[in-house]
Write a protein that binds this ligand. Structure first.
Ligand code: NI
Length: 195
């Protein structure tokens, strides 16, 4: 009887330890530091002036980076406008933040297309394209998902894609992220804390 009671108590303690340990592990895995530990990485692409750029060119600056496509009717323009406005709200300090757009539709988003597109949002916006392989590599580094939808007419299609605005530090490491819906004021406030 006594032994059975001790066995049950031990079993309950063990179960509590497992549950408590799992909860700790889950909260640790969900913390921004850990979640962001593997976001970002090297890329080599072409900007809207035709110049070859790598992630290394942005060291010393913060990158506000978004993956999308020019033909996108909603999320992409919203994200880019919010990013541009957030950078402007920072005033002179905003010079240390580079807004970056990486297309996930390199077939249509050529250097020429990106020149006009970038101008529409911010004078310092870097709009990047590349080969499908280079784009895939960059998207994978940022854990960005994208998939071309069926064509509605020849050459007319949408691209499903993740819609996250990443803030990367001066050393290229992940700091935090926003969605395309994050308004310029809260976005600027979060960036300011990390400048
Ligand atoms: Ni989009």
């Amino acid at each position: 009887m006594f032994a059975d009671y001790r066995f049950r108590a031990a079993a309950i303690l063990l179960l509590a330890a497992i549950v408590g340990g799992s909860a700790l592990l889950v909260s640790w895995l969900r913390s921004p530091e850990v979640a962001g530990a593997h976001i970002g990485g090297p890329f080599e692409l072409i900007d809207q002036t035709g110049r070859r750029v790598t992630d290394g060119d942005f060291r010393g600056k913060l990158m506000l980076i978004y993956f999308g496509f020019v033909f996108c009717p909603d999320a992409c323009p919203t994200a880019l406008q919010n990013m541009a406005d957030a950078v402007d709200l920072l005033g002179p300090a905003g010079e240390d933040v580079v807004p970056v757009f990486i297309t996930i539709d390199p077939d249509r988003d050529t250097v020429e297309v990106l020149t006009d597109y970038a101008e529409a949002f911010h004078p310092r916006l870097k709009a990047l394209t590349g080969t499908p392989e280079e784009i895939a590599k960059a998207a994978k580094a940022y854990r960005v998902f994208y998939r071309k939808a069926d064509e509605s007419a020849p050459g007319e299609y949408l691209v499903d894609h993740s819609s996250i605005v990443f803030l990367m530090g001066r050393d290229g490491r992940y700091l935090t992220h926003f969605t395309h819906m994050t308004l310029p004021e809260p976005m600027a406030a979060e960036i300011k804390k990390r400048l």
